[in-house]
Design a binder for this molecule. Structure first.
Ligand SMILES: Cc1cc2nc3c(=O)[nH]c(=O)nc-3n(C[C@H](O)[C@H](O)[C@H](O)COP(=O)(O)O)c2cc1C
Length: 360
């Protein structure tokens, strides 16, 4: 007899459900969901956020990070900062090390309609840290504090910070750093449970998120390794955090934030999309990117489409073709053909990570 092995079933304790049943309060802003879509450079543009919001209408979304110095010198609004007037709640994320430029950029963000302004103090990329931005601020807490004070003074909307637990294993300063951000006026802190030295490797250390949550009075959002509903629930239980932020788990899977939100609100698992539904979403994504960005959108869509094409026989071959797509028509044709084949043959799993048939 055969039966599918499924990912472990999350369970929602009454105490967790009660703790998360009220809106998330970020200063004066109330959010009806405890699940947030993280800022992802090269990913969370207006189109991606629109797709995530289809399944998670109440969730907070973030733009990709915007360079405040760039904004100071180039007056034209970058596409990165464009937001849809209907997308609420939305945070514009900024990075830099100059308090004055960040204050100015925050004012621009508010003019564009940002409900909150988030300061990136976690980016590990050399190009950013060598200029004093991102996670290098963990080593310059006085500057980080000055930044928050300056931005808080410049805008009326809540100012939030997203950071990591420290620079390296030898320099973990999450609790002191978070306290400083709160004292400087930050209204929420999102903590990615890795050090800068870890990059995106190893596991996120949720125990540090628990320590920071215990030390602060402002909301703390847990981030790192939230790839499933089950992980989100375990993380919320373990850390006591006020919410979770999904990141890499949403690549090629804009359904995740909505799945977690639905479970936290109802205790019920939303049906996961079939490979056909995922490819249909990939096709929408491609068409929307083309409409928004033209040919540049097609080049950007390649990586997204390869992320969607997973979990069925022939997926690897399809990914290879999608990675080379040059035009909208080519992409749509490939996806249409794959969808038709899947519909005709019934889909069979391919990857080991997908549900497998096991003998019991
Ligand atoms: C492709 C990519 C782009 C990212 N861009 C940003 C960004 O613009 N701003 C930011 O604060 N974090 C950014 N991050 C970090 C994520 O928001 C998140 O903190 C990190 O991926 C940890 O969560 P995860 O383990 O669930 O992926 C990025 C991560 C990736 C993989």
């Amino acid at each position: 007899m055969f039966s599918p092995t499924l990912p472990s079933m999350p369970s929602l304790s009454p105490s967790l459900q009660a703790r998360l049943s009220t809106p998330l309060k970020i200063g004066t802003v109330e959010v009806k969901s405890r699940v947030l879509q993280s800022p992802l450079s090269g990913v969370t543009d207006l189109v991606f956020r629109r797709l995530v919001r289809r399944y998670a209408p109440d969730s907070m979304m973030y733009t990709e990070m915007v360079n405040a110095t760039g904004l100071h010198y180039v007056k034209q609004l970058p596409k990165l900062m464009e937001i849809d007037p209907h997308e609420r709640p939305i945070s514009i994320q900024l990075f830099d090390c100059r308090p004055d430029f960040l204050a100015e950029a925050a004012q621009r963000a508010v003019e564009e309609g940002a409900d909150t302004v988030d300061i990136n103090m976690g980016c590990p990329v050399n190009k950013i840290t060598k200029n004093g931005g991102g996670s290098s601020l963990l080593r310059q807490p006085e500057i980080a504090e000055e930044i928050v004070r300056s931005v808080v003074q410049a805008v009326k909307v809540p100012v939030t910070v997203k950071t990591r637990i420290g620079w390296s294993d030898q320099e973990i300063n999450a609790v002191e750093f978070a306290q400083r951000m709160q004292d400087a006026g930050a209204q929420m802190l999102t903590l990615h449970g890795r050090t800068r030295a870890q990059g995106y490797n190893g596991s996120a250390r949720w125990e540090w998120i628990a320590r920071v949550k215990a030390a602060l009075t402002i909301p703390v959002i847990a981030n790192g390794d939230i790839f499933s509903v089950d992980a989100a629930v375990r993380c919320l239980e373990m850390t006591g955090a006020d919410g979770v932020m999904c990141s890499r788990g949403t690549l090629g899977y804009p359904f995740l934030v909505g799945e977690v939100d639905h479970f936290l609100k109802t205790g019920e698992l939303r049906q996961s999309p079939t490979p056909i539904a995922r490819l249909e979403c990939a096709r929408d994504h491609l068409q929307m990117l083309w409409a928004y960005k033209g040919d540049r959108g097609i080049r950007q869509a390649r990586k997204h489409m390869t992320w969607y094409a997973k979990g069925f026989m022939g997926a690897a071959d399809l990914r290879g073709k999608l990675a080379l797509v040059e035009t909208l028509d080519q992409g749509v044709e490939l996806l249409d053909r794959a969808i038709a084949q899947l519909a005709q043959s019934g889909w069979q799993v391919e990857d080991a990570s997908e549900p497998q048939l096991v003998e019991v």
